[in-house]
Design a protein around this ligand. Sequence first.
Ligand SMILES: Nc1ncnc2c1ncn2[C@@H]1O[C@H](COP(=O)(O)OP(=O)(O)O)[C@@H](O)[C@H]1O
Ligand SMILES: [Mg+2]
Length: 236
Amino acid sequence: MRYIPPSNLRGHDLAPLLAARGHDPEWIQLNDFDPHSPQNVARYTYLENAAKIPFHYRSAVPSLPPLRAWIDTLVASALEWQAERGGPIASIINGPSLLLLGVTGVGKTFEAYGAMRELSVSGVYGEWAVTTAADLYAALRPRHGVDSEAEFRRYRGARLLLIDDLGAERKPTEFTEEINFRLINWRYENHLPTLMTSNVEPKDLAVRLGDRVISRLAEMCERVPMKGNDRRRSAA
Ligand SMILES: Nc1ncnc2c1ncn2[C@@H]1O[C@H](COP(=O)(O)OP(=O)(O)O)[C@@H](O)[C@H]1O
Ligand SMILES: [Mg+2]
């Protein structure tokens, strides 16, 4: 892992995330020239993942207790793995998944990017891939000159994956069902931590995603319902 000097992390609103991890705001600024220190792992991981966070969610902080517990579980398992197998840094390898459910505007995407940010400064390494389900299908449409199978494997095998707005397409097609199934099945079989959001009502999930996907989701992830109104409309 490259050594990242503790510059240019100001202005990233890390204090609340570090506080949630039990650190003071200066924790991440330690300049010890050790590429394997938790602080350097946090700087490296944060900067790598921050590039994937949309501007609107750049200061997001997670608040849902089950989501915060999920973060703790992933950090703990990375540390356990390192204690058992050795290795210079702790990395997230396996873990449970989480599905945030709620109406449009309730704050699902905000919570998801907040979780990504908090996990990134935790001092364990975890590389995220992020996509909305709609962008994923678009990226995977077979077309000339693009190896969509290679693109698919990039998402399928990501250490940590955020799939935003799963099931939001108006009409599921054979193509989107196949992508959902292959993606979820792979991540289910390999215990790869996946954070998903959906505004589909729980009773409609099976119709939208299909029984094979729902059955795997039931085993691999906790469903977290989010209550509230559309924050975008309240703000307007
Ligand atoms: N805890 C929060 N604190 C401040 N703003 C929030 C919070 N949660 C959501 N928001 C804001 O409310 C709006 C809707 O949130 P978003 O996560 O995009 O909703 P959803 O993904 O459920 O449709 C966004 O502008 C977001 O930045
Ligand atoms: Mg959203």
